[in-house]
Design a protein around this ligand. Structure first.
Ligand code: SF4
Length: 357
């Protein structure tokens, strides 16, 4: 009963109110997969230009599989959560090897692929192939918990399992892809975490939380986490109009990406200590080290406070760095796969040193 009346209210609302998004104009499983991976932890407005660039450069899964990982990471730079790009590339290679480059569209096969979980598999299968399988992300969890007035902490595994069952019981046979997108859209634009817009909600007449005025207490809030702060010092070392980048280790945060030479553990507090520390880090002579700016950078679960120093290097040292494969000189951050923090630091250094010879 709830299933039929909810769908009957939700789908016409979605048809009228859905926001235009480039991946909504296609049933290509590959394009839908790329959009779903990009949208994990990232806002729609940020994703759109990345998605369009990515599809222009890699129009098919075979194109993506054939590209070097380096090119994928360069295109991903600034989008964050770089592991997603590595999974994307690995998964594309698997699709080419196992399926000859034809992207599977049934949820069970999709879930066997590297980096594709139940949510992404269901999104692709329902949107690309009308398979009646449910999605469950943070937005859908919140909508369902409120619709049924479930005072649960949706981050708990038991609550998640229950919500998966409810989600599967509600997804219709007709237009399951639109239904899933409508659920996500409702959570993202109407049934908002802090201030649900119940007056604009197509499901208000069915919603148990709204009926008893409990929509602000449902789902149950988790205690706020304290965000840790990491301190570091980075050096913008200039040679001509180029900047020295070094590669991060292949593990941990931003693994394998390129960054300005950075001291993460016990960063120096003054110029003399920074001069010594950067010379030691680069096993070479870094000259004229001086602080230029302090920047904050917010990640999902931590904050980074970075003191940026400017420095210089003699031509012979600069050449030796490259010959020893210990660094690369770039004029722009997007020549190599870098994090958004690195791009921000290079922009700050360029602005601070503009006009300085
Ligand atoms: Fe969410 Fe309000 Fe709609 Fe209920 S009526 S689903 S609380 S927006």
């Amino acid at each position: 009963m709830l299933k039929r009346s909810f769908t009957a209210l939700l789908l016409p609302w979605f048809d009228t109110n859905k926001r235009p998004m480039p991946w909504r104009n296609t049933r290509d499983a590959y394009a839908i997969w790329v959009s779903e991976v990009m949208l994990q932890q990232t806002q729609v407005a940020t994703v759109i230009p990345y998605f369009e660039r990515f599809l222009r450069r890699f129009p098919s899964v075979a194109d993506l599989a054939a590209a070097p990982l380096h090119d994928v990471l360069v295109l991903w730079a600034g989008l964050g959560y770089y592991r997603r790009a590595k999974h994307l590339h690995k998964c594309a290679c698997t699709v080419v090897n196992l399926y000859g480059g034809v992207f599977p569209t049934d949820a069970a096969s999709l879930q066997e692929l590297p980096g594709i979980g139940r949510y992404t598999a269901a999104a692709i299968a329902s949107i690309a192939a009308d398979q009646s399988v449910a999605v469950l992300d943070g937005n859908v969890k919140r909508v369902l918990a409120r619709l049924l007035a479930l005072r649960v902490d949706v981050s708990r595994p038991a609550a998640t399992a229950r919500l998966w069952d409810i989600a599967e019981s509600l997804v219709p046979l007709a237009r399951p892809g639109d239904y899933n997108q409508a659920m996500m859209e409702l959570g993202a634009t109407v049934c908002l975490p802090q201030s649900p817009r119940c007056d604009a909600c197509p499901a208000q007449s069915l919603c148990r939380a709204a009926a008893c005025g409990r929509q602000h207490d449902i789902p149950r809030k988790r205690p706020a986490r304290v965000t840790p702060t990491m301190h570091c010092a980075a050096a913008a070392i200039r040679h001509g109009n180029r900047w020295l980048l070094v590669q991060r280790p292949n593990e941990g945060l931003w693994n394998g990406l390129w960054e300005l030479p950075t001291i993460w553990s016990r960063p120096p507090r003054d110029t003399a200590a920074a001069q010594r520390a950067f010379c030691k880090l680069l096993a070479g002579k870094v000259e004229k080290i001086r602080p230029i700016v302090t920047l904050q950078h917010q990640l999902t679960h931590r904050r980074i406070d970075c003191t940026l120093f400017a420095g210089e290097m003699k031509a012979s040292q600069a050449k030796a760095m490259v010959q020893a494969s210990r660094g690369r000189w770039v004029s722009r951050a997007d020549e190599l796969p870098t994090s958004r923090l690195t791009a921000k630091l290079i922009a700050a250094a360029s602005a601070a040193l503009r006009g300085v010879k």
